[in-house]
Design a protein around this ligand. Structure first.
Ligand SMILES: [Zn+2]
Length: 476
């Protein structure tokens, strides 16, 4: 308890961060299927109250980086600063503003009235009303993934435009609970059962404390707004149900050995969870296990790292928490059923060109793709692609998925079949038969929904996916 408070104090004042659009960001910690969720476009909610933004309980989130110009508008009263210098106090505005930068300066121009402001290095907008928010144009997220999109988004809290090497970085400094209101519905469908949303809220809060200070040390923010920290979309997806999950778990984080743990989660495991070292390498975390996602007693497929067992498992629809066929969940979650077991048929020529673009190697005619090694969940650890000119071996879960698909394959739990061999002796199509969506470590989100539908609460859900962990309360 004490150590968490200490960590909090240290972290909160550290200013570090990440980039939503940069290439070298490592691997996403979460994968979600939110883009397919049927969230209705909602007006910006006025009743969501900002938690303290001037106290210590805030985070700095990178919204945009390396931009030549940024368009935005704002609603309500704002005071505007550049460093300690006050530019305006309690200013209201109409129309949109354009921010550009050159050398060390930042230029702000109202695109309707022509009003102009020029300042050095940074421009900070501080809200003077609870209802004030800034709406920023064209925020790109999920580049290269199934959920890639570009949208305008609204944010409460401070908005900073910072000139870094002549380009603009946008940072949102926001109260932790307000930040979580914007994270939970971005990472999990609001149609999910309450107990599953509470578990997600605790993981999202845990991620703040386990991530801050580790990445983005040379950036003016501490978390990205994308999957490389956790997805934060400001006000636009907020719903009463997800905000209630944040409120009901206020201050709770998941710890192991007294420290916030690595709160991994993924969309659908496909029926078998995987350990972190099989997916990313490194040391095995003691609170992650390779085990069936429910129904351990009845698991009859044996060791899934053995090809025959694995194929039988893929070709079946085993009873598990994330097999929601008979769980009676909200029909809004039905779209996730297609990830439990999936099939992807790809024409050979198309796959050859995908492999050429993802690996940079011309393998010639694609003859075969086979999995050389599997982890305990059957997850491919190594794959060999055999071509007429050359063969390539690819390793590691996400790398395998990215090299074989654009967007990446849903998961690395797959086997490959060849279809219709032509006169040239080459297959016409390759068929990937797979299970699950995401990396498979930590909490299976749809599995959590399945558990909740069976009457389990958030404590039982987190205990199942993170055995040996504890829910610890930090400063509320
Ligand atoms: Zn699962």
């Amino acid at each position: 308890m004490k150590s968490i408070k200490q960590i909090l104090k240290v972290f909160i004042f550290i200013v570090i961060g990440c980039t939503p659009t940069a290439v070298d960001k490592g691997e996403p910690i979460s994968e979600r299927i939110i883009s397919e969720m049927s969230i209705k476009k909602q007006p910006v909610p006025e009743k969501i109250e900002e938690t303290e933004i001037t106290g210590k309980n805030f985070v700095r989130v990178g919204i945009l980086e390396n931009e030549l110009n940024v368009l935005f508008s704002y609603s309500g009263l704002y005071s505007i600063y550049s460093g300690d210098k006050i530019i305006f106090t309690k200013k209201r505005s109409t129309g949109s503003w354009k921010v550009t930068s050159k050398d060390n300066e930042i230029f702000l121009e109202n695109t309707e009235t022509g009003e102009k402001i020029t300042v050095d290095k940074e421009l900070i907008f501080k809200p003077e009303q609870i209802s004030s928010y800034v709406r920023i144009g064209k925020i790109q997220s999920g580049k290269g993934w199934h959920w890639e999109q570009t949208k305008s988004r609204s944010y409460k809290g401070n908005i900073e435009f910072i000139n870094i090497n002549g380009r603009i970085t946008v940072v949102n400094e926001v109260g932790i609970e307000q930040y979580l209101y914007g994270v939970v519905p971005s990472e999990m469908s609001a149609q999910s059962p309450e107990e599953a949303l509470k578990a997600q809220a605790i993981l999202a809060r845990t991620n703040i404390y386990s991530k801050i200070g580790k990445k983005y040390k040379d950036k003016p923010y501490s978390l990205s707004s994308d999957v490389y920290s956790q997805v934060y979309t400001g006000l636009d997806n907020i719903s009463d149900k997800t905000s209630k999950a944040v409120d009901d778990t206020r201050g709770m984080v998941l710890t192991y050995g007294g420290k916030p743990l690595e709160a991994f989660f993924h969309s659908v495991c496909g029926g078998y969870l995987e350990k972190n070292d099989i997916i990313w390498g490194g040391n095995t975390l003691p609170y992650l296990e390779s085990k069936p996602c429910g129904g351990s007693e009845d698991f009859k497929f044996g060791d899934l790292s053995k090809e025959n067992n694995f194929r039988k498992w893929i070709d079946s629809r085993p009873d598990s928490y994330c097999n929601i066929e008979k769980k009676g969940l909200n029909p809004g979650l039905d779209f996730t059923k297609k990830y439990f077991r999936w099939e992807l048929k790809v024409n050979r020529k198309k796959l050859e060109s995908t492999i050429k673009s993802t690996t940079g190697t011309d393998i010639g005619d694609l003859k075969d793709i086979s999995v050389l090694g599997r982890g305990p969940s059957g997850k491919a650890k190594s794959v060999i692609i055999t071509g007429s000119k050359t063969s390539i071996t690819i390793n590691k879960e996400l790398n395998i998925r990215k090299k074989l698909g654009k967007p990446p394959l849903y998961s690395a739990n797959f086997y490959v079949e060849k279809n219709k061999t032509g006169k040239n002796g080459l297959p016409e199509d390759f068929i990937f038969r797979g299970a699950g969506f995401g990396h498979g470590a930590g909490m299976c989100q749809i599995g959590a929904c399945g558990m909740a539908s069976e009457g389990r609460n958030f404590i039982e859900i987190l205990d199942f996916y993170f055995p040996g962990s504890k829910i610890t309360e930090i400063d509320k």
